[in-house]
Design a protein around this ligand. Structure first.
Ligand SMILES: [Zn+2]
Length: 308
């Protein structure tokens, strides 16, 4: 069974894998590693966070939590196999989604930039923490977690990750004042004239670096005038982004991927998603469409495996 969340000792809260990765990339100490524990206070086994710490892993695969093979969940734990057998029955699925995971799908994307800085306590040593103190910490964190609303997110990436696994999902997602079914939110950029309230996406043809700015050329061209679409990520926008280590790492990885493979018909392809921004016909001398990105929380860049 997928482990939906874990207790993180350094953050002293229950986090999902994406939140853990974003907390890591929001600070400058690359050597920091988190200690994760099963969020069932009666289990408390140590968990491993996968695809959390390296941008090149983060860009290719979604992060997740797993158990150490020699250290499975305790019998009493909600994640123990004997307690989750119903979740494995195929006929319990609705819209292709496992019902036990339904409660975590994001139903609201909050567009405001997050104000709060993520607190990380590096003074706690996991080998010194007493078991009863850990149990108490998990218990307190769980109560706090249960009070908060997990269907809201500030991360477009969380929405994108959910959509990629469930592309035909009919659940509702609200962004700003607009609500659509998940499957209807996503639109390839060449159909941008259908309207502004979509999460647009396209494959990436080329990424070029100009100083500390990046220019991204998309693969599609406008259906009407055959002009190309470009995204220009300015240095100051990247500098103001709390997860700038993550975005720079992804861009550098994807530049390497595209430059070294040349042919984008390979299985792994660069892709980007963006919301609340819209192509603008550029002024001369460029004959193209520019897509302004002022808020990197509304922009996701990654690689995906395609069947081609
Ligand atoms: Zn457990």
């Amino acid at each position: 069974m997928e482990i939906l969340n874990a207790y993180c000792l350094e953050l002293d809260q229950i986090v999902d894998p994406l939140e853990a990765r974003n907390a890591y990339f929001s600070q400058t100490d690359k050597s920091l590693r988190f200690n994760f524990y099963c969020s069932d206070e009666n289990c408390r086994i140590k968990l491993i966070g996968a695809n959390i710490y390296k941008p090149e892993e983060a860009v290719k695969r979604q992060p997740y939590f797993k158990t150490k093979s020699e250290n499975p969940h305790k019998d009493i734990c909600k994640y123990h196999d004997s307690n989750t057998k119903d979740s494995k029955k195929k006929n319990t699925k609705k819209h292709g989604i496992d019902p036990v995971k339904e409660h975590i799908y994001p139903s609201v994307l909050i567009l405001d930039r997050p104000e709060t800085v993520i607190k990380i306590d590096k003074s706690i040593k996991n080998n010194e923490i007493k078991d009863e103190i850990l149990k108490e910490k998990i218990s307190v964190a769980t109560k706090k977690y249960n009070k908060s609303n997990h269907s809201e997110t500030i991360y477009l990436e969380k929405v994108v990750n959910y959509y990629e696994v469930n592309p035909k999902c009919e659940f509702l997602l609200k962004i700003g004042d607009t609500t659509h079914q998940y499957k209807n939110w996503f639109k390839r950029i060449l159909y941008f004239e259908d309207g502004k309230d979509f999460i647009f996406w396209d494959f990436i043809r080329k990424i070029k670096k100009y100083g500390n700015n990046y220019s991204i050329e998309l693969q599609s061209k406008c259906l009407k005038d055959k002009l190309s679409f470009f995204i220009y990520l300015k240095q100051e926008v990247i500098e103001n982004y709390r997860l700038k280590r993550d975005i720079i790492g992804r861009l550098e990885y994807l530049i390497d991927l595209i430059d070294n493979k040349k042919d984008l018909n390979n299985k792994e392809r660069a892709i980007c998603y963006f919301v609340k921004t819209y192509p603008e016909l550029s002024t001369q001398p460029f004959n193209r469409y520019d897509i302004p990105i002022d808020n990197l929380y509304h922009f996701v860049i990654k690689s995906i495996e395609t069947k081609k």
